[in-house]
Every structure is written in C-alpha cells, then in structure tokens.
Unconditional design. Structure first.
Length: 377
C-alpha cells in the first residue's frame, strides 16, 4: 500500500524553527513524516534558502518568492495573503489529487480557485487574524500603520467568515479559538501546537536570573520587554536577561547603562536552550491571548517558575495549573517576582508538566488527530 501523500502550503520556509509559527510547521512536518506521510512542501520566502534538515522530512520542496506588498490585485483579500500568490504554486497543486493543508490564513489566495474545487482542503489556523490585527490597530499610534492594521483586520474577518466554512476541516491551535470557530459554522478541530519537546521539567533549586525571551523584531514582544524594563525591573534589585531574535535599536538603547539587565541578541538554538535552563523565573507577559504562545511550551519543558498573565490562564486552562499568574499592572508583577525569587523550584512541579506533554501537548497524539481528519476510516 502506498504511503499517504499531503501537500502543505507554508507561509514561510519552516526552518530554522526559531519563531513560533515556523517552529510549529517544522515539527508538524517532522511528525507527519514519522507517521508515514509523504509531504510535498510548498513554501513562500523573502530570502531564499533550502536547508538540508528540511529535505529529510519532505518528498519534494517547492519554493516561491513572495510578492511585494504594493503589487496588490485588489482590496478583497488581506495584503499578507495577496503577497503569497503564485501561478506556479497553483499549477503544482493541480498535478495530482492529494489533500492540501494550508498553513494559516496567509496561504489562502488560491484556496477557492475552481481548479481546486474537488480537493480535500484543510487549514491550520495560527491566529484569529481579524482579532490579532484588530488588537495591533487599537494599540498603534502611527496613523498610516493604524490604517494598515485596520484594513488587514477587516479583510481577514471577511475571509474568515466566507472562506473558512468552505474548508474540509480547520485545525484550531487553542481551545479558545476552537470554540470561537465552532460557534461560527466552521468545521473546527482542536489540534495543539507541535513543538520539539518530549520531556518537561526545570532543574530543582534556584536559577540565576529572570528571563524574557521571544522574537524581539515583533513589536508586541518589544513592548513587553520595555514594560518589564521600565515599569518592573526599574524597581527591583534582581537580574533580568532579555534574549531573542533581532532586537531593535529602541530596545538596545533602553538596556544601555542598566547594570542588572542583559540583552542577548539572536542566540543560536543551543545557546537559547542554555539560557532557558539557567533562568529562575520565566516571564511571559502578553497583551492579548490570540493564537497560542509557543514560548509557554519552551518554558514548561526547560524552565523553573513561570509567571504570566491571568488572561493566558483563562485562554489556555490546561496549562493554568503550571503557571504563576499576575494581572496587567506592574505592581502585581513586582510582588510576584519578589516572592518567586526567594522560592526554590521543586521537582514535583515537573510531574504536572510532564502530564501535559504526555496527554495534551503530545505530537504523536496530535498527528493522529490530523490523520483521522484527512484520511477518515
């Protein structure tokens, strides 16, 4: 019997797995390969690369350059969707009848093309993009960027309402988003995020510092780091390490002259693992609970104490019991950090975390859910 074959259309080249969405796609592809699925990968790029590691898990890889944002084809679709269009991609998808998995709303430009009308088409949602861009627009002060975010939000909402119900299936990334989609006549299944971790647990005892980590080129993450620097650690005598991809000049200047704060620019995967393991408190402040925050899983697997927002606990109740939670105000974060800095981490906490990785955040279980949806019976 031939192995099942699946087209995956990715919003970016899913390697190296350093950022949330890219990491999830890479580990999903790896898990599908381990389950015996032949993956035909189609990926868009801004900067061309074809990593050897990626070729291990794909039967074939096709790469397509993204279009410039200003080369729009109309106002019906979000610009981040229009930039991921390719006649060659459509031609390649039409070469056979294999099912198609579209990674995110970003890849849906050709979703409703008549030539794909008889195909089984699935969508992995990374965010409810209309809510995500709406939140960015509400926080933005620059008039042009605010208009851009509002446009993307309204066009995303239209695509979510009119496109998603036509999918064979939609894979939600969180329980909260599964509920959101299911109540809107969208065929949703909750598939937790894919990740590199099999075992959970930080080392018992005390670590060396508090840590904030993430893709620092993303404005939301930069604002979280600035919140910690200006409003929290300016009033604490405790070391803070900020580590992540491509921090901007604004953040670098903010750290200058602050003896207890260290900024680590774009550490390698191995370096980041060491940084995570040495931390005593993992700080995860978020301004919204859209999608799933992959750094939660990194912290559960490698860290000691984890301090996050109450809204994250509400959106992801399965992990709430493994987190310390604070409200949005800086004084609450200050008091929690003071307490946790004096509190050893005990190995018993790792048992609770391991139960999560065994029962919920388990790639083997998640890939079975995908296969049951795509290849029922």
């Amino acid at each position: 019997m031939d192995s099942p074959c699946l087209h995956i259309v990715s919003l970016d080249i899913p390697y190296p797995p350093m950022r949330g969405n890219v990491s999830g796609i890479f580990h999903r592809i790896r898990s599908l390969k381990e389950a015996g699925v032949e993956v035909i990968l189609h990926a868009f790029y801004k900067k061309f690369s074809l990593p050897d590691e990626l070729t291990k898990y794909c039967r074939t890889i096709y790469l397509y350059p993204r279009k410039a944002m200003w080369k729009i084809t109309g106002l019906r679709l979000p610009l981040f969707v229009q930039s991921r269009r390719s006649a060659q991609l459509l031609d390649m998808l039409c070469q056979d009848k294999h099912p198609i998995l579209f990674e995110g709303l970003h890849c849906l430009y050709h979703f409703e093309d008549p030539r794909l009308a008889d195909r089984k088409k699935f969508i992995r949602m990374h965010n409810i993009e209309s809510l995500y861009y709406g939140h960015l627009g509400s926080k933005e002060t620059h008039l042009l960027r605010k208009k851009y975010f509002r446009f993307e939000s309204s066009r995303s909402k239209s695509l979510e309402e009119n496109g998603l119900p036509k999918a064979t299936g939609v894979f939600a990334i969180s329980q909260a988003e599964h509920h959101y989609l299911s109540t809107r006549n969208i065929p949703s299944v909750w598939i937790p995020p894919f990740h590199p971790h099999r075992k959970a647990g930080g080392k018992a005892g005390f670590g060396e510092y508090a840590l904030y980590h993430g893709d620092l080129s993303i404005r939301e993450n930069e604002e979280a780091a600035l919140f910690l620097i200006r409003q929290v650690f300016s009033k604490l005598n405790y070391p803070l390490v900020i580590a992540g991809f491509c921090p901007g000049l604004k953040l670098k200047r903010e750290v200058e002259g602050r003896q207890q704060i260290t900024l680590i620019d774009s550490p390698s995967t191995i370096q980041m693992q060491g940084i995570l393991e040495k931390a005593h408190i993992h700080l995860l402040p978020f301004s919204q609970n859209n999608g799933f925050k992959m750094k939660i899983l990194d912290s559960l697997a490698l860290g000691r104490h984890i301090l996050s927002n109450t809204l994250i606990g509400e959106a992801n109740p399965e992990v709430a019991g493994c987190l310390h939670l604070a409200g949005p105000s800086a004084p609450e974060w200050i008091e929690k950090i003071k307490t946790l800095s004096q509190q050893a981490y005990f190995q018993e906490e790792s048992v609770k975390r391991q139960n999560l990785f065994d029962s919920i955040y388990n790639n083997a279980i998640s890939v079975k859910k995908i296969l049951n949806a795509i290849y029922p019976g």
